[in-house]
Design a binder for this molecule. Structure first.
Ligand code: ZN
Ligand code: ZN
Length: 288
């Protein structure tokens, strides 16, 4: 096995020494049990999946605009296909709704519309006249002073980056799973040694008998549903409406599930490594 992988697999010995001092089942009239001092009844090597990624989503909406013929002719007809994860906005001419007509933005003085700097008041403040216009009138912003405008339908396209960060836990008892969901941070980045190829398992043809699909595992750590769930989430992310580019990475997050029977109750422990490689344990009272 790759030593870098081996270094990340939690071992039973480490889990047991990490549990030293973890006392359970303590009551008013009875002493508790130190989990580090007893052996677990059951040990299961499992693995969660950390899935992170990003997608470039192209949002679209249309709007009608009044503008000059010159502005219409200068407008793009097609937006370029997204090349990278740059967030930007484009607008494209879709169709002419109403042909050349008398501009409605400058009815009083054809070609001169309300000044956009001072909202047509002619003043910046009570005493300061606006320097961009004369008495509130400036070159009409809609028709560029031609007094003729067109109404067109414009499509706006906005490229936005959507992030993905999720942890998929294997099948575990409810209380332990809830506790782990708080401890497994989807914002983490795990080492490359734990990178996982999230692909549908191929059919393996057996020497005899029907073909079968081998359940994916990570060096003996079973995913118990986490692989399938993350695979589905990855597909849903890549195929979401408007997604034009996407990239995802997945890591296996190995853990040991230990079951202890102490003082007539069951205790579930998960042992795993954090980002620094330090062994951590999460404890939850189990159901027999
Ligand atoms: Zn002005
Ligand atoms: Zn005008």
């Amino acid at each position: 096995m790759d030593p870098a992988v081996e270094a990340w697999l939690p071992t039973l010995d480490e889990a047991r020494s990490a549990l030293e001092g973890t006392v359970v089942g303590e009551g008013i009239f009875r002493k508790g049990v130190d989990l580090g001092a007893i052996k677990p009844s059951e040990v299961y090597p499992l693995a969660a999946v950390l899935l992170v990624g990003r997608a470039l989503v192209r949002e679209r909406w249309t709007q009608e605009l009044d503008l000059s013929r010159h502005a219409m002719e200068a407008m793009e007809r097609e937006a370029p296909a997204p090349q990278d994860y740059t967030e930007q906005t484009f607008r494209c001419l879709r169709r002419v709704v109403l042909g050349p007509s008398r501009c409605t933005n400058c009815p009083a003085r054809p070609g001169l519309g309300p000044c956009t700097q001072c909202a047509g008041t002619g003043y910046r403040s009570a005493e300061t006249p606006c320097s961009a216009c004369q008495g509130g009138f400036a070159l009409c912003a809609v028709c560029d002073g031609t007094a003729v405008s067109l109404k067109v339908s414009v499509e706006y396209l906005r490229d936005v980056v959507a992030p993905l960060g999720r942890v998929f836990l294997p099948r575990l008892p409810g209380a332990l799973k809830s506790a782990l969901a708080r401890d497994f941070d989807p914002g983490l980045r795990l080492p490359d040694a734990l990178l996982l190829s999230l692909e549908r398992p191929r059919l393996e043809s057996a020497y005899r008998g029907p073909s079968r699909v081998r359940a994916p595992d990570f060096h003996g750590h079973a995913f118990e549903g986490a692989f399938e769930s993350s695979l589905e989430a990855q597909e849903a992310f890549r195929e979401a409406p408007g997604v034009r580019l996407s990239e995802t990475r997945a890591w296996a997050w190995p853990l040991l599930w230990l079951r202890y029977n102490a003082r007539g109750a069951w205790w579930d422990v998960a042992a795993y490594r954090d980002r620094q490689g330090t062994l951590r344990t999460t404890l939850a009272e189990g159901v027999g």
